[in-house]
Design a binder for this molecule. Sequence first.
Ligand SMILES: [Zn+2]
Length: 246
Amino acid sequence: MTSFEDFYVQCTCCEAWLIGKTPKAETVSQSVLYSDGMIINDLIPANPQKLVLCPACGKFFWILKENCLKANPELDHETAYPWTSWRFFGCNLLDNRGRKALINHYWRSLEILTPLSQQQEIWIRQSLLWAYNDLYRDAEKWQFSDFIKGKVSLRYLLNSRSFNKDGVAFFVAEKQSIEANVLALIHLYEQDDTTEPALIAELYREIGNFVKAAEILKNIVRKTHYINMLNEYVKRGNKAVFKIAG
Ligand SMILES: [Zn+2]
């Protein structure tokens, strides 16, 4: 199991202390990597959260090195907000209402945090894309055969089906907003020389522009496992996020 180290971060608006957690690198096991770049370690999303909605004053602030401190005995006396109160803006992702709230927080941050640097906007839009994809990411995880094999109870299977159905319905209803976000993300990545072309191909695939995705993939010389899988999905005209490894 992954174990964590505490750190303290101070809100830049109201100076409240918040406790965060970072995984200890040597304990990370069982990483699952998805085509959209999402990494999950031991069932916990591993991509670090850089933007916080302060649980004390309700303002957004960025986690920067200079407002973070390692846990130490002096800070232990400070009253600090626990990780759960600000992780994913305090949204409960085990509930679809929480997942939708997280998406709304990202949209709101794009609206009110202006001007944003290129890297900040990329972070928000990429997180927004993951939040949308999370609505159906593991929807096919449990099948009826898993119930037959005794891996899950019938009640669990039915609850999880109904939960996923609601998530997928919201994903479908949000099609236009998702596309607008992905197109903006593509535009930002195209301006950044360090972007892997495969990442842009993946984004085109996710909005169903398979011609453009194939065109980019054709020019990638190094055919990694990921590139081959991406090519397969593009050929099949499948825009769903898929598991690469894990
Ligand atoms: Zn604050």
